[in-house]
Design a protein around this ligand. Structure first.
Ligand SMILES: O=C(O)c1ccccc1NCC(=O)[C@H](O)[C@H](O)COP(=O)(O)O
Length: 260
């Protein structure tokens, strides 16, 4: 069983446990549930911002511990001030060291879109994302059926949430594309074996219809790569480890954006 299968198996257990603990009515009663989510596109195309979706990521299956001391409110505010167009906050605990509270804290101190970065396999998690203050949800093509992508995308958009579909190859893109998406992300990391290759983004960019925002994800570690990705049509750049692996992620992003 590869790591993605393990993550999905554990996620099914977690969602079943969460449903026992917190009812849908309780999720809907959260103040964030009635908040109007921010529009991802507005911030990505804002010329005063950088297109960077800056991720708060404590650990990962491929790298183990990345940063055990960073404070989520401090780091996400620094990302925002440096010109990030959006934030990505991991809420998976077992594999990434994140939690719902991280999203609540990031939401409380930032007014730019926030992606709930998790492995969505059940509509209940979309309601959680809204209740926790997210603006964007992630749907990963390799763990969902085309029908689930349609159903989850419809539900998310009916709640005002933006939907980012993640693909890694042409087959995933072609089977998953549907009208209930706002953005398509090409993950440069193969989630089966953790190999990374930026070329994946260059190979797929022209296959993504222009009506969708185009995002390149993972393994982006220098500003020159962003310039090249922008030149071929990408609007957004999801970066986690490059900032989080340093002692001061907020300073690291500032130095990075100076070279864009
Ligand atoms: O990062 C991993 O090791 C990983 C393993 C299994 C599933 C997903 C994984 N990462 C999720 C991501 O997509 C990245 O956190 C995100 O794109 C940022 O990537 P990076 O800039 O390389 O940290």
């Amino acid at each position: 069983m590869n790591i993605l299968d393990k993550i999905v198996l554990r996620k099914k257990e977690e969602v079943a446990e969460a449903k026992q603990k917190v009812s849908v009515l309780e999720l809907e009663a959260n103040a964030n549930f009635n908040r109007q989510p921010l529009i991802f596109k507005d911030f990505l195309i804002d010329e005063k911002r950088t297109g960077i979706i800056a991720e708060f990521k404590r650990r990962s299956p491929s790298k183990g511990l990345i940063n055990g001391t960073a404070d989520v409110a401090e780091v996400t505010q620094a990302y925002n001030l440096a010109g990030a167009s959006a934030l990505s906050v991991l809420t998976d605990t077992d594999f990434f060291g994140g939690k719902a509270e991280d999203l609540f804290q990031a939401r409380a101190v930032n007014q730019i879109p926030i992606l709930r970065k998790d492995f969505m396999i059940d509509e209940y998690q979309i309601l959680e994302a809204k209740a926790w203050g997210a603006d964007i949800i992630l749907l990963i093509a390799s763990i969902l059926t085309p029908q689930q992508i349609i159903d989850f995308g419809k539900l998310a958009q009916s709640l005002g949430l933006n939907v980012l579909l993640e693909v890694h190859n042409l087959e995933e893109l072609e089977k998953s594309i549907c009208p209930h998406l706002n953005a398509i992300g090409v993950n440069n990391r193969n989630l089966g074996d953790f190999t990374v290759n930026i070329q994946t983004s260059f190979d797929l960019v022209d296959k993504i219809p222009n009506e969708f925002l185009k995002i390149s994800e993972s393994a982006i570690d220098n500003p020159e790569v962003i310039k090249k990705l922008k030149a071929v049509g990408y609007n957004g750049f999801l970066i986690g480890e490059n900032f989080m692996k340093t002692a001061n992620p907020g300073k690291e992003i500032l130095d990075f954006v100076k070279h864009l």
